[in-house]
Design a protein around this ligand. Structure first.
Ligand SMILES: O=C1O[C@H](COP(=O)(O)O)[C@@H](O)[C@H](O)[C@H]1O
Length: 266
C-alpha cells in the first residue's frame, strides 16, 4: 500500500512500497493529466526524460492504457538528450522509442526529438526553434507570466548527485534565464555533450513529476525536499519549483528513507 500523498511546500510526496505500485500510480497520473489536457486544449504535450523513468512508464503500452489513451492527441518532447546518434545505446530518444513509442499508436509527426546530425549548440538552437513554432500554434501552451512554453507535463528523473534533465550541480547552465533549450559539453555523467531544457522552462510547466527510486538517491532526495536550512545546497532537483504548476514526487521507500518530513507521518 502506498502512503497517502503528503502535501508540502516542495510539492506532493507519493511514497510507494514497490516499483510495481509506483509504476501503476505514475501511469494512472499521466493518463489522468492527458485526459484533462485533451478535454481542455485538445492536445497533450508531454516531455520525457531518459534513464530509469522509461521503464517505469512501460505499462502505458499495456491494457487498458494502450486502448483507452487518446494517443492521436499526444505530442512528445525530450527534456534532455545526449548528443549521439538516434540508434546509439546512450540516446534518450532510442530508449523511449524502444520502451514506449514504437508500441503505441502515436502520430509520428507528433514526436519531436532532437536532431542528431548537428552539433550540440546547433541542435539546441534548432530544438528551441521547433518548440517556438509549436507554441505559436498552441500545440504547446504558453506561460502567462513569462514567454516560456508551458508543457502539460514534464517527467523528470533524478541522479544520485541531484541532477535533473542535464542540469548538473554547480554547473553554469543552472543560471540560464534567457534560452529555453541549451547545451553542455562537459557533463560529469557520460556522454559529455548534452542538450537540455532550462530551469525557466521546467518551472513554467503545468505539471512536473519527479520520479526517483533506489537507496543510492536517498541523500539527494533528503537535500531536495527537506528543510535543510542555511545549508540548503543549490541542488538542481531542489531548484525544480513550478511557478504556478503542480509538482509531484513519485518515490519508492528506499529513495524516501532519509526524508525527515515523512518520519512523523508514517
Ligand atoms: O543522464 C540522465 O540521467 C537522469 C537520471 O537517470 P536515472 O537512470 O538515474 O533515472 C535522467 O533523468 C536524464 O534524462 C538522463 O539524461
Amino acid at each position: 500500500m502506498a502512503l497517502p500523498g503528503v502535501h508540502t511546500d516542495r510539492g506532493e510526496l507519493r511514497v510507494h512500497e514497490s516499483l510495481e505500485e509506483l509504476s501503476t500510480d505514475l501511469v494512472d497520473y499521466i493518463v489522468e493529466l492527458s485526459e484533462a489536457s485533451v478535454k481542455e486544449r485538445g492536445v497533450f504535450a508531454i516531455a520525457l526524460s531518459g534513464g530509469s523513468l522509461i521503464g517505469l512508464i512501460g505499462k502505458l503500452c499495456e491494457a487498458p492504457y494502450i486502448k483507452t489513451v487518446d494517443w492521436a492527441k499526444w505530442y512528445i518532447f525530450w527534456v534532455d538528450e545526449r548528443v549521439v546518434a538516434k540508434n546509439h545505446a546512450d540516446s534518450n530518444y532510442k530508449l523511449a522509442k524502444d520502451g514506449l513509442l514504437s508500441k503505441v499508436p502515436i502520430v509520428p509527426s507528433h514526436v519531436h526529438s532532437i536532431n542528431d546530425s548537428l552539433s550540440a549548440e546547433e541542435a539546441a538552437d534548432e530544438y528551441g526553434f521547433v518548440i517556438r513554432q509549436l507554441v505559436k500554434t498552441r500545440m504547446v501552451s504558453v506561460s502567462d507570466i513569462s514567454d516560456c512554453p508551458k508543457f502539460d507535463l514534464i517527467l523528470l528523473g533524478m541522479g544520485s548527485d541531484g541532477h535533473v534533465a542535464s542540469l548538473f550541480p554547480d554547473h553554469s547552465v543552472l543560471e540560464e534565464k534567457e534560452e529555453w533549450i541549451t547545451f553542455i559539453t562537459d557533463s560529469p555523467k557520460p556522454p559529455p555533450e548534452r542538450i537540455t531544457f532550462t530551469l525557466p522552462v521546467i518551472n513554467s510547466a503545468s505539471n512536473v513529476a519527479l520520479v526517483v527510486t533506489g537507496e543510492s538517491k536517498a541523500e539527494a532526495v533528503h537535500l531536495a525536499i527537506d528543510d535543510v536550512g542555511a545549508d540548503c545546497p543549490s541542488l538542481p532537483s531542489r531548484m525544480v519549483q513550478p511557478t504556478k504548476g503542480k509538482l509531484v514526487w513519485f518515490l519508492d521507500k528506499p529513495a524516501a528513507s532519509k526524508l525527515k518530513r515523512l518520519e512523523f507521518s508514517e
